[in-house]
Write a protein that binds this ligand. Sequence first.
Ligand SMILES: [Zn+2]
Length: 113
Amino acid sequence: MSEKLAELTERQLGALRKRLAAGVEDPAMTLRGALVSDMRRCSGEGCRCRRGELHGPYTYLTVYGSGRSRMVYVPKAMAAVAAEHVEVTRRNEALLLEISQINLELLRRRALG
Ligand SMILES: [Zn+2]
């Protein structure tokens, strides 16, 4: 990416940055993490899950922060909307990363403005 950026003119970099910025979706949708589905065993002694018929799948959002991760349960009714938020966040962060690389290139050229 950065090698290709080096070949662009400042005008081209500005146009690319503008196009990328226009693609950023509503930041109010931001939900950082990764959705994972899991089968679970319960605490019931005689339950069928003890014989290998596990419960689920249950969906969790794995959230990373300050060097560790935690799992937040996602209710079934929220799974689709949570997935949409996570996907918008993934796309936005990819765009912001590209914009940052363009700005870094402009900084190298003493043309950041
Ligand atoms: Zn069970």
